[in-house]
Write a protein that binds this ligand. Structure first.
Ligand code: SAM
Length: 322
């Protein structure tokens, strides 16, 4: 595929911003979804036939428009005329693009203090294709710049940094466990996810072959079982409103586990990490999308893994759906 920018007059119907480091996974996904890749430039993929956000896109530009602009002022006016908030995804003409930014209303991106909801103000994205051509999108899948969700981190209480994945997943879910709810945490050790649920006031049943960190047990809200998560039956757990898994497991095995719990607890919200290995394999996670109500996306705190959601309210609009 040529590393060329698309010609003006034929704007793509979506632009994907690849999750950093996972452009090859995104490219394989585009092929598997039957989309036409018009061009790629750095981490931006210009496509036709997009059915919506892609799982390996950290952000999807949903309404790209290409404009000819003769000056910096004209570019800034074109952006301001459409909406207030814009994020520059610079590809080329960095200095010129920065001069356009200087003419836009200021915008501050602050790290989130969890728990909180994502911003509701639309955030557009734009880039200069060359000196005189602007590509913009007023509508993007993510309300965060390039889909990156930064948090004010807690460096004291959680036993590891895995809690950031669940903070991001729950932020995008626009819902979370709380007092009066029970969570099941599969593959929980050392306990970052269980700590998140307990710190929100929920009760947690966790299972792992390994032990949990003392500070997680000290919350008094986590009942830990040492054992094989694949051997745990719903009747041993009782009613749960949230089922979480960050298990280290092959995708095919995890899919069986997801199907089992989705059937056993049809009303529960489910969030599972799908850990991927080796070369891109879109089928490994597309099978999860066949579970009714599913969505899949790469969180900005995911590494070579995707997050599968099956939520009562439909799930994050940022995510790919079946
Ligand atoms: C990435 S870690 C989970 C981290 C955890 N979410 C946290 O926040 O601390 C993956 C865990 O899966 C557990 N695991 C792998 N296979 C398992 C199995 N069959 N049954 C129970 N736990 C398993 C491992 O022991 C490991 O603790």
């Amino acid at each position: 595929m040529a590393d060329a920018l698309p010609t003006i007059g034929a704007p793509p119907d979506a632009v994907y911003v690849a999750a950093p480091g996972y452009a090859a996974d995104l490219e394989a996904e585009i092929v598997a979804r039957g989309e036409r890749l018009l061009a790629r430039h750095a981490d931006l993929f210009f496509v036709q036939g997009s059915p919506g956000p892609a799982a390996w896109a950290q952000n999807t530009w949903l309404r790209p428009e290409a404009l000819a602009v003769t000056s910096i002022g004209e570019a800034a006016r074109a952006l301001r005329a459409r909406q207030r908030n814009w994020h520059l995804h610079a590809l080329v003409q960095h200095r010129r693009a920065q001069l356009v930014v200087d003419k836009l209303p200021p915008i501050r991106f602050r790290p989130l203090s969890f728990p909180t909801d994502p911003p509701v103000a639309p955030l557009g994205a734009w880039t200069l294709l060359d000196r005189d051509h602007l590509l913009l999108s007023t509508e993007c899948s993510s309300p965060f710049p390039d889909g990156q969700v930064p948090f004010v981190e807690d460096r004291v209480q959680p036993p590891n940094r895995a809690y950031l994945k669940l903070w991001e997943a729950l932020t995008l879910a626009r819902g979370r466990p709380g007092p009066g709810t029970r969570c099941l945490d599969l593959g929980a050790a050392p306990g970052g996810w269980s700590w998140v649920c307990a710190s929100l006031g929920a009760e947690v049943v966790s299972i792992d072959r390994a032990a949990l960190a003392p500070q997680v047990l000290a919350t008094g809200r986590v009942a830990h079982r040492c054992g094989d998560a694949f051997g745990l039956g719903a009747e041993q757990v009782g009613e749960v409103q949230w089922i979480l898994s960050d298990l280290a497991a092959y995708p095919a095995r995890l899919l069986e586990l997801a199907r089992y719990w989705a059937d056993a607890r049809p009303k529960a919200n489910m969030i599972f990490t799908i850990k991927l290995q080796g070369p891109p394999d879109p089928e490994a996670y597309r099978a999860f999308l066949a579970i009714p109500g599913s969505r899949v996306m790469h969180l900005s705190h995911n590494k070579h893994e995707l997050t599968w959601f099956r939520l009562k309210d439909g799930g994050p609009s940022e995510a790919a759906c079946g």
